[in-house]
Design a protein around this ligand. Structure first.
Ligand code: SF4
Ligand code: SF4
Length: 100
C-alpha cells in the first residue's frame, strides 16, 4: 500500500510533504532516485511541477497527507475517482507497474 499525489499538486508543489516524510520517498521530476533534496532546493520550480510518492518505499504512515495545502495526497485505496489516473502516474514515475 502507498499514498498517492494527485493533480492538485500541480502548480502548488510547495514541498511541504517532502519535509515530513520519514523515509524520503517523495521525489520531483528532476531526481526520481534521490532523497527529495531536489524539491527542497532554492531553484526548484514549484509552480509548474508536481511531486510523486515512490510506492515501493512509502511506509504508509500518513504523515504527508495533512501537510498538503491543496489536499492532493490520498491513501491509494481512498483516491477519489477523478484522480485515479494519478495512481498510475506515481507508479510509472518510478518505473513500476501500476496495480491492475
Ligand atoms: S505516507 Fe508516510 S512514508 Fe508515505 S509518502 Fe507520506 S510521509 Fe512518506
Ligand atoms: S504538500 Fe501537496 S502541494 Fe505540496 S508538494 Fe506535497 S503534494 Fe504537492
Amino acid at each position: 500500500m502507498t499514498y498517492i499525489i494527485t493533480d492538485p499538486c500541480i502548480g502548488t508543489c510547495d514541498t511541504a510533504c517532502v519535509e515530513v516524510c520519514p523515509v524520503d520517498c517523495i521525489h520531483g521530476p528532476d531526481d526520481p532516485e534521490g532523497s527529495g533534496e531536489e524539491a527542497k532546493a532554492a531553484d526548484f520550480d514549484a509552480t509548474s511541477k508536481q511531486l510523486f510518492i515512490n510506492p515501493e518505499e512509502c511506509i504508509d504512515c500518513g504523515a504527508c497527507e495533512p501537510e498538503c495545502p491543496v489536499d492532493a495526497i490520498y491513501d491509494e485505496d481512498e483516491t477519489p475517482e477523478e484522480y485515479e489516473p494519478s495512481i498510475a502516474h506515481n507508479y510509472k514515475f518510478f518505473g513500476q507497474d501500476p496495480p491492475s
